[in-house]
Structure formats: C-alpha cells, structure tokens
Design a protein around this ligand. Structure first.
Ligand code: NDP
Length: 490
C-alpha cells in the first residue's frame, strides 16, 4: 500500500487534519494507496510558501539556462524511471500500459521542450516616434495554481508544471483526488534534482475546497485548469476576486467528419482511435462521427466489426487495447448516458453494457459503444460523455457537415477525412475549434498550441503560446535624450 503525502516547502507532509483518502485501482476495485486529504488550511499553507518563494526572487532571477538545467534533469529522471511510472499510471488510472508509456515519454519531451525554449530569443523592440528605445520583456506571472484532472494525470501535470517553472513562476499543484499516484513520483524527482524549496508545491484534497482556494486566493496570481466545463465556470467566478490570470482547458464534443472520397480504411481506423483511445476519456475525443450519407451504412458496418474486436481488459495485461473507466462514479455516469441515448431514440449498434465476464466485474469496464440514427438535439450528441461512446451523425454535403460540426457549445477539436485537399482546407477553416486534423485524428505535439474555442476554454497550453500564458509582458521605454520635457511652464 502506497502512502501519498503532500509536498510543501520541500517537505513531505500529511494533511493537517490527518485525514486520508483511499485510492482505487479501477481495473480491480482494490485500494492501492492512501493519499493525504488536504483542506483549505493546507492549501493556504502551500500558497503562502509559494508566495514567499516567488517574492524572494530566488527562482525567477536565476539565469534561464540554470532553470533549464533543472528541467532537463527532470526529463532525464522521468525517462530513467519510465517503466515504473508507466506501471503506476496504469495502476491508478487504468489506461493500457502502452498508453501510459507514451504519456511518460511525452512528459519527458515536454520538460525538454520548455527547457530549450526558455533560453531562446524573446521579447520585442519598437521603432517609435520619439528618441526612445521601446521594448517589451517577458516576466513570470508569480504564484501559479495548477489544477488537473484524472484522464492524463502525469501528462496534464507536466503540461502545466514545465512551462510554469521554465518561465520563473512558483507553483501550487493539485492533482485529481482520483489519480494522485504519479504526481508523487514527479515531485520526488523535482526534489531530487534540487529545485529550491518552496518553488514547486503539491497539495491534495477535494476540488471544491482545496482547488477552490487556489482559484480564490488573492496570493495566487494565475490559475491554470484542465477539466470539465462546469468546474471551469466556477473557477472563473472564484478567480474574479483578484482578477487572476486564467487559462482553462475544458471539455469538448468534437466532430470527426468523413467524406465519401476519404481513404476508407484510414478513416475507419482513426474513427476508432478518435473515440476509444484512453477509453474515450479524452477532452479532444472524436465523440461525434459525421459520415457522408452515401458511405454511412458501409462505414458503420466496418466500424462496428472493428469495435467489437477491441480487447478490453486490465491495463497491465499486454493483450489489452482498452482499459477500465477511471472510477465507479464515472462508469455509472457513462452508463447513464448510454441509457439516455436509448431513451432519446438513438439506435445502439455496438456495445452499451458494463463488462463482467472473465473477472472484469470487479473493475469499471464498459464496452466500446456506438449509436446511430441520432439527431442534433439529443443530449448524447450535445453533451460530453467522456467515455467510450460514439454518436454517429449523417450529413448530405459540405455545408451540412460544417453546420452539424459547429452545432454544440464546445469548440475544442475536429478532424476531416477526404482526399480532396481544397475541400479539407475549406472545411477546417470553417470549424470553430482550436485543434484540427486532416486525414488523421489525435496526434498532439509539445510544439503546437492546445486549447479551444467557445466553451472549450480560454488560452492555450503547449508550444510558445502555452509558455506565454505563464508570463506577463512588460513594456520598457528608455529615453535616449535625457532632458526635461518642458510640458508645464516654469
Ligand atoms: P472536474 O473538472 O471536476 O475535475 C478536474 C479537477 O478540478 C480535479 O482536480 C478536481 O478536484 C478539481 N475541481 C473540482 N471542483 C473544483 C472547484 N470547484 N474548484 C477548483 N477545482 C475543482 O472533473 P470531474 O472529475 O468531476 O469530471 C466531470 C466531467 O468533466 C467529466 O465527466 C468530463 O466530462 C469532464 N472532464 C473533462 C476533462 C478534460 O480534459 N477536458 C478532464 C476531466 C473531466 P477533485 O479531484 O476533487 O475532483
């Protein structure tokens, strides 16, 4: 049994109340860890520590190359412990090992990307009307509260921690209560590489108390959150008190559009990958498949045939292609949506059930599920289910595809499959979404910005845009002819 403590001011500490929370393996229902269950007091302590650390200037004023050296060292250590961390991620989150291994490699790459970026040219200079040299420099925002969900516990942590530290901020990080295990390992590594005490802190505890305190505290300058749209809305409200800078990466109901002239096998393959990777618990999942009328039946037939072959099982079984959902509560939510889809009149053509055979009854396994004959107003078409549930929609032509694609409150991602390059670009340019793919779905790069339009969020993670979110821009004007301005009479 693992005992997970919080990391505050360079010390591993229990919750002040002494409370703990049981962490469960979603493949077996077994308790695998006891995690400190912090509350508002613990969050306040961590925030004060991070405030002092930031105000001391110790981290922000280090030469960028020095900060980079720490981040490169973290990347090396993540790689050295990659297999151990991947196994812990699978134990805690349930995802198949091959996905956890990918996440750890990507996390190391993210630290390297920001370690490299921080020493590169930065700022701007301007040729202005006066004998003045005008310029801008970037500075850290200050104390950053970082709140992440349970679907990519390590990777989401790193997407925020790496740019925040690279830019010279101090941080208070909160993992999801459901999946805190790999965050412990990451902070062990942060400790080992010698990041100064107080710069990087981790608190654990419920979102509505600990997370809310990070969003509401006037000692925190910036909040960066990934999670559900409803939570994002409450964070925005809490953050208004001190006009905190906010970055929100929220939900989606992303359209994956397949035209009749698409490469059929490629489109089928990516349609499966788009919705069933990580059990569909992906903010950018291609959870709405838009099929051109003329290929609809043939495509669905092949898709169902392939979906039925997906091997569902425990993530640590090398045969497994799809694991359990993250928790019992989440599984129940997904099953409720499946019932809702049936009640709304959509036709279930694949899956739809919890899996119980071969010992799966102890875990939270749900079959790959596909609905057809949906209508745009159905809740299973409009709402984020965050599970292995695909809603298929039919379209008549390009205009119809675009109209349906944009017809939700979300705008995170979208894909188009066609062999007509001009058509692909026309459609992509009309999609109100921040992340798009042509003839593929899901690839994500540390170099490229990640985030959404509409109610899918504010700001961007990753790339230079993601770095900018953790900086303030300061204008500096240097007078080159130092003499009185003479504006007022003497
Ligand atoms: P949440 O958005 O509630 O959780 C994400 C993180 O926010 C967790 O660390 C959570 O803490 C924290 N949190 C919760 N409430 C608050 C609050 N009031 N103030 C500050 N922080 C808070 O996701 P859920 O786990 O509840 O999932 C609900 C739905 O959200 C999912 O079904 C899915 O549709 C969507 N979702 C989207 C994600 C995405 O990547 N876009 C990721 C996860 C969920 P705690 O651990 O205590 O819950």
């Amino acid at each position: 049994m693992l005992h997970l403590k919080m990391y505050i001011n360079g010390e591993w500490v229990d919750a002040q109340s002494g409370k703990t929370r049981e962490i469960v393996n979603p493949a077996s229902g077994e308790v695998i860890a006891l995690a400190a269950e912090g509350d508002v007091e613990d969050a306040r302590h961590a925030i004060q520590v991070a405030r002092q650390a930031f105000d001391s200037g110790e981290w922000a004023e280090l030469p960028a190359a020095e900060r980079a050296r720490y981040l490169f060292a973290i990347a090396d250590k993540l790689e050295a412990r990659a297999e151990e961390i991947a196994r812990l991620e699978t134990l805690d989150n349930g995802k198949p090992l091959r996905e956890s291994r990918f996440d750890v490699a990507d996390a190391a790459g993210c630290f390297r990307y920001y370690a490299g970026l921080v020493t590169k040219p930065d700022g701007q200079t301007y040729h202005v009307a006066d004998p003045v040299q005008a310029m801008v420099v970037r500075e850290p925002v200050g104390v950053c509260g970082l709140i992440v969900p349970w679907n990519y516990p390590l990777l989401m942590a790193v997407w925020k921690i790496a740019p925040a530290l690279a830019a010279g901020n101090t941080i208070v990080f909160k993992p999801s209560e459901v999946t805190p295990v790999t965050a412990r390992t990451l902070f062990e590594i942060i400790e080992e590489v010698g990041i100064p005490k107080g710069v990087a802190n981790m608190v654990m505890g419920p979102g509505p108390t600990v997370g809310h305190e990070l969003a509401a505290s006037h000692l925190v300058d910036k909040i960066s959150f990934t999670g559900g749209t409803a939570t994002g809305r409450s964070i925005m409200t809490a953050a208004a008190g001190n006009i905190k800078k906010i970055s929100l990466e929220l939900g989606g109901k992303s359209p994956n559009i397949v035209f009749a002239d698409a490469d059929f096998d490629t489109a089928v393959d990516y349609a499966l990958f788009g919705i069933f990777a990580n059990q569909g618990q992906v903010c950018s999942a291609g959870s709405r498949l838009l099929l051109e009328e003329s290929i609809h039946d043939r495509f669905v037939e092949r898709l169902v045939e392939r979906a039925k072959q997906i091997r569902v099982g425990a993530g640590d079984d090398p045969e497994t292609e799809m694991g359990p959902l993250v928790s019992q509560a989440h599984m129940e939510k997904v099953l409720r949506y499946i019932e809702l889809g049936k009640a709304e009149g959509a036709r279930l053509v694949c899956g739809g059930n919890r899996l119980a055979a071969n010992g799966l009854d102890k875990g939270y396994f749900v079959e790959p599920t596909i609905f057809v004959d949906t209508t745009p107003d159905m809740r299973i078409v409009q709402e984020e289910i965050f599970g292995p549930v695909l809603a298929v929609q039919k379209f008549t032509d390009e205009e119809d595809a675009i109209r349906l694609a944009n017809n939700t409150v979300y705008g995170l991602a979208g894909g188009v499959f066609t062999q007509d390059g001009a058509k692909a670009m026309r459609v992509i340019k009309k999609l109100r979404a921040g992340i798009t793919w042509i003839n593929c779905y899901h690839p994500t790069y540390n170099e490229a910005p990640w985030g959404g339009y509409k109610q899918s969020g504010i700001g961007r993670g990753l790339g230079t845009f993601g770095f900018d979110e953790f900086t303030e821009v300061k204008q500096i004007n240097i007078n080159l002819q130092v003499q009185p301005i003479g504006w007022f009479a003497k």
